[in-house]
Design a protein around this ligand. Structure first.
Ligand SMILES: Nc1ncnc2c1ncn2[C@@H]1O[C@H](COP(=O)(O)OP(=O)(O)OP(=O)(O)O)[C@@H](O)[C@H]1O
Ligand SMILES: [Mg+2]
Length: 466
């Protein structure tokens, strides 16, 4: 008799413990048909015999131990054993414990989840009581709608952050990355963007954050907007499986809102920590690293997640994704930054040097790009921005020359104009998270330039050129 046959448990007969197993994870889409047993146990995974023929990669199994019932994800399947990563760290697994196939992990999002904070499993963690499940159970490993059935992305919206609305304006359904080293201001900028008025719903995945920051983000920065927001949280001390699942559960909730016609803002802070979690899970399953320690599955999971954002099919709403990417040691070409930049429809680059100068948000407008900006600008605005960028570029490239006194005012009218206007533009771009969002960044810029021109006329003429 083969190992598989002995371990396959029929539905009839002595099944009291299998009934227990399904009770906690009651799932109408799933009925217990197959069971197996734990064979070996290692630090990040355990192996199961008897289920290989029935399991698919990415499916879940439920495991019964002496202390209760736990879930794990299938990360590798071999002819006689399957590798499973448990989602709860430190669960007491014993050899020969019973394991059953559960299928895809599903959650049932509902409109009443707005204003709530949940974990990656869709369970409430805010102490506000149980969550009512919605009518449709959705697999968190869902795929994106077919590309030809999707609507086009062409409606611009205002984020209220002047540096973005002027230089890299966004459209509903766009996917944007915020790239920066550690502590430069990614989370703060995301919290400003989460307050944008353009959205019906906001779904936030906080992955690998410090526990302290989570409450700050939800209570202080979201404030009144929390009424239309759902936060999915997996802090840095949680298992790699839970950290890996947080953005998947969050986008599943965003898809629920999108399918009923809402324009949803989907935020992930940070995608790098999501990639780290995938790396930890894959390494535990023995997947070899291919780029800077990252296994190949990281580079298939990232586009799978990000493709699910974007516009929905006809009649549905949109999911606008804004994600943060931590660039290791300020190296913007590390593998995660590189691969996400290729998938996204735009990137905002934050510069440590701007943060050090106190120019917050430290967005570098010359290095940032929105690939859909043309659909958000009017033709006049596009022309104006192109002119402003030329002035800013001239100002920056001659900075050292001017500092050593190598430029005489009057020799280059374009540079004279840049010297006069660029510091004013930089001043207009400064924005603290406590300030109200801007209603019209172009009007703010025009007012700033007008006020500076007025002040210049009043002031005695000073030597220029520095
Ligand atoms: N717009 C802003 N206005 C004023 N201060 C800011 C602004 N953005 C960031 N800061 C300052 O920079 C610090 C770090 O910001 P933040 O936590 O957003 O960075 P981060 O890139 O998310 O960091 P980490 O990589 O650790 O997650 C904040 O504590 C704050 O002092
Ligand atoms: Mg942060």
């Amino acid at each position: 008799m083969t190992d598989e046959m002995t371990a396959t448990i029929p539905l009839s007969g002595k099944l009291t413990h299998l009934a227990d197993l399904t009770a906690r994870y009651a799932d109408p889409d799933f009925s217990v048909t197959h069971g197996g047993h734990v064979r070996t146990i290692a630090a990040g995974h355990y192996t199961v015999t008897g289920l290989s023929r029935h399991l698919r990669l990415g499916e879940f199994v439920a495991h019964r131990s002496k202390t209760g019932i736990h879930l794990g994800e299938v990360v590798r399947v071999e002819p006689d054993v399957a590798y499973v990563c448990p989602i709860e760290p430190g669960e007491p697994i014993g050899v020969h414990d019973t394991v059953i196939r559960k299928g895809a992990f599903r959650i049932a999002p509902d409109d009443s989840w707005c204003g709530r904070t949940i974990n990656s499993l869709g369970e409430p963690i805010d102490g506000k009581g149980p969550l009512a499940p919605g009518n449709i159970r959705r697999a968190i490993s869902n795929t994106a709608p077919p590309s030809m059935a999707r609507q086009r992305v062409e409606t611009g919206f205002k984020t209220g952050v002047r540096a973005i609305d002027l230089f890299s304006p966004l459209c509903l359904g766009q996917r944007l990355g915020i790239f920066a080293g550690s502590g430069v201001g990614k989370s703060t900028l995301l919290s400003m963007l989460a307050r944008a008025d353009a959205f019906d719903k906001v779904v936030i995945a906080l992955v690998g954050e410090r526990g302290r920051e989570v409450r700050e983000f939800i209570e202080d920065t979201l404030g009144a907007n929390m009424a239309k927001a759902v936060a999915v949280v997996a802090t840095s001390d949680e298992s790699p499986m839970l950290r890996k699942m947080a953005p998947l559960s969050a986008i599943t909730i965003a898809e629920h809102f999108r399918d009923q016609g809402d324009n949803v803002l989907f935020i992930v802070d940070s995608v790098t920590r999501f990639a780290h979690a995938i790396r930890e899970v894959a390494m535990a399953a023995g997947e070899p690293p291919i780029a800077r320690g990252y296994p190949a599955s990281v580079f298939t999971e990232l586009p799978r997640l990000l493709e699910r954002a974007g516009p929905g099919e006809e009649g549905a709403g949109t999911i606008t994704a804004i994600i943060s990417i931590l660039v290791d040691g300020d190296n913007h070409n590390d593998p995660i930054a590189d691969s996400t930049r290729g998938i996204l429809d735009g990137h905002i680059v934050l510069d440590r040097s701007l943060a050090e100068e106190g120019r917050y948000p430290p967005i570098n407008p010359l290095a940032s790009i929105s690939r859909l900006a043309r659909k958000a600008w009017t033709p006049e605005q596009e022309k104006l921005v192109s002119r402003l960028k030329t002035l800013m570029h001239r100002f920056e490239e001659t900075r050292d020359l001017r500092l050593i006194g190598g430029y005489r005012t009057g020799s280059d009218p374009d540079l004279d104009m840049a010297i006069k206007q660029v510091p004013v533009i930089y001043e207009v771009l400064k924005q603290l998270p406590s300030e109200p969002l801007s209603n019209d960044a172009f009007a703010d810029l025009a007012n700033g330039l007008k006020a500076a021109a007025g002040a210049n006329q009043m002031a005695p003429r000073a030597p220029m050129g520095r």
